[in-house]
Structures are given as C-alpha cells and as structure tokens.
Design a protein around this ligand. Structure first.
Ligand SMILES: *[C@@H]1O[C@H](CO)[C@@H](O)[C@H](O)[C@H]1NC(C)=O
Ligand SMILES: *[C@@H]1O[C@H](CO)[C@@H](O)[C@H](O)[C@H]1NC(C)=O
Length: 152
C-alpha cells in the first residue's frame, strides 16, 4: 500500500490545521490583550518610590474609576501622559531608571485596546489635580479593575 502513508500524513496535517485554526472566541481574545499584570506590578514600584519623594510635591491630572468606566480609552491615555510627566519630574531631581520601564507607552497601547469611539469624555486637563500618591493609587485601582475583568 503506497497510499497509506500520504493519507495518514494528510489526516495528521489536517488535524494540525484544525487545531491551529480553531477559532478563539473573539471576546476571550479581546479580553486577554487587556490583561496587564506587568504594568500593575511597576505601578506598585512607583508607589513605593513616591514615599521618598513627597517633598517634590508633584501635581498630576488624575482620572477616577468613574472616568475609566465612562471613557476607558481616553482615561488610560490621560494616565499615560501623566505618568510620563511624573517620570520626567523625578528625573529632574536625579531619580532615573523609570523611563526605561516605558510605562507611558504600555498604557497607551492598553488604551488603544479599548473602544476608540468615545464621546463626551472629559479632557485630561479638566480632571482634578492630585499629588503623585493619589494619582498612582487611582491608576493602580483602575488597573485592578481591568485585570479583574480581563485576566484569566
Ligand atoms: C496627597 O493628597 C491626599 C488627598 O488630597 C492627602 O490625603 C495625602 O496626605 C497627600 N499625600 C502627600 C504625600 O502629600
Ligand atoms: C464602542 O463604541 C460604540 C459607539 O459608542 C458602541 O456602539 C459599541 O458598542 C462600543 N463597543 C464596545 C466593544 O464597547
């Protein structure tokens, strides 16, 4: 039997194809890319650092959980912009290294994974100004909600 082997190979190939093509439920895939364990870990490190830098008295536009729930994408973009401001501010007093984490870029990518067609969102510059501790805690709470919803 010369045909036995190719036939078996075809069957195997098709099995492989089927496994590879097995559609992931779209919702699950969309959820998985919003899971952010890495970012939340580093925000924790920033929060630790903040206690040494209270004297610096940074003030940042600070979204609330409610802002995130109404406008996830623009809220995460605001967090991204303000994290960048904070990291730059720290660099002016010699606290370096946080830029390498690229937290602002990671947050921007996360923002892009939420619905972009939001309307009636508050501009970042119209949000309440808070100190770095409150800002970072709000960011962490927001990421916790995201992870509760989207990490498996
Ligand atoms: C930050 O602001 C909050 C609320 O306004 C205040 O309770 C807290 O003491 C402030 N922390 C620092 C380090 O200034
Ligand atoms: C995205 O926004 C549009 C317009 O506001 C809305 O109709 C749609 O349901 C939203 N999609 C998701 C996944 O939230």
């Amino acid at each position: 039997m010369l045909t036995g082997r190719p036939a078996l190979a075809t069957v195997l190939l098709c099995l492989v194809c089927l496994l590879a093509l097995k559609p992931q439920p779209a919702a699950a895939a969309a959820a998985a890319i919003r899971c952010t364990r890495d970012i939340i870990k580093w925000v924790g490190e920033l929060i630790k650092k903040t206690s040494d830098l209270q004297w610096l008295d940074c003030r940042l536009y600070t979204p609330t959980i409610q802002d995130y729930q109404n406008c996830p994408s623009s809220t995460l973009k605001c967090f991204a912009d303000e994290v960048k401001v904070l990291v730059k501010e720290w660099e002016t007093v010699g606290v370096v290294g946080f830029r390498n984490l690229k937290l602002n870029i990671k947050l921007e990518i996360l923002a892009s994974r939420f619905n972009q067609t939001e309307s009636e969102c508050r501009q970042c510059e119209l949000l309440k100004v808070q100190n770095a501790t409150v800002f970072l805690e709000d960011l962490r709470s927001t990421l916790q909600i995201i992870n509760t919803d989207f990490c498996r």
